[in-house]
Ligand binder design. Sequence first.
Ligand code: ZN
Length: 451
Amino acid sequence: MSDEIRSKVTELMPTARAELAELVAMRSVADPRQFPPDECVRAAEWVRDAFLGAGIGQVELLETSDGSHAVVGHQPGPDGTPTVLLYCHYDVQPPGDEKLWHTDPFTLTERDGRWYGRGAADCKGNIVMHLLALRALGTPYPVGIRIVAEGSEEMGTGGLENLVEARPDLFDADMILVVDTGNAAVGSPTVTTTLRGIANVVVHVETLAGEVHSGMYGGPAPDALAALVQMLSTLRDRDGNTVVGGLESDQKWTGVDYPEAQFRADAGVLDGVHLAGSGAVSDAVWARPALTILGIDCPPVVGSAAAIQPRASARLNLRVPPGMDPQKAQDALVAHLANAAPWNARVTVEREAVGSPFRATTDGPGYAALGAAMEEAFGKELGTVGQGGSIPLCNVFSAVVPKAEIALIGVEEPRCLIHAPNESVDPSEIEHLAVAEALFLQRFANADRQD
Ligand SMILES: [Zn+2]
């Protein structure tokens, strides 16, 4: 059966390429200030028709709270079989500076065996991967299938999250595949099992009634900007590790390693510059908290004068690893900043909304079936990675569909350069992942389930 799936997927690859070219040509950036909204509607209709054509009996566009359209579909399975929800999104990041692209961002172009174009990987490559898997499997499917293609993922405006909360019936499933991540490297089957949460704050420091001359008052005058700099410097130790009083900061990642050379290349670290912090990259980026200064309000260099600043502010971004309560992490950051202020400077901290980290439950029948299918499709042992960023939808799914196992996979390996100029996808990832997804759907139909 595995051979049959494999040869069907291979046979369908030219179709997948043609379909990806059609999708990439649609400039479905969900930002009406930059791109005409009808490009998004066209992409949504294309996705609806493609899933209908692949055998999903009922697929419709639903307008969400942010004005985007979610494509939502359902094909019930045979009696007593589980249901799998397949997620993807059809909106894309804007291309950015088109001069930095070697080829037109909206024309799928092959170069050195990879296919280039905005959305070729994130996430249109995953849409064609789902279609390949479903067609290779053929109807009637062995399990119930739900599909959802989101229309505003890159905008982060929460339309789909609100729809899931309002219409849980549309997302009822035993296993949810959030297909918008990727393998650790081409050909290495990988599931993303954790996501960091977020707990941002804005800190304000005040010390003087107004600006005073640095010649006349410099020395004893409490400089608010100096106070802020001193406070911010306490948030990292000498090695560059994030240290927030009361927050654990020595957690270890237990999945696959993130090689330092790869991290340096992915992040664009300049030659000769060291990485911040001690320990493994995978610990630092997936298992530990990380503090980033997002912005500072103070006089810009051009136009600055010989004056001592009476007030200064900074916006801070705290990434919260799995296992840590984001509210408690934010409380700890607020207390740390208050304690770190020199000269009894006046400190106020505004809290922004917190987002929870996510950790998948990986000991259920869905994970067992998925892991076996990925290993069979790629011929290699499965690895697990985390992701430093957040996908709030995962927490919404786990709250609204608590019985569902949730797994993050996809065609977006590090060489894809998602969100950057010259985004590309490796067609072999689309092919292998489609085989894996089809094999998973077969295996899961026959898996032992407790409920
Ligand atoms: Zn994406």
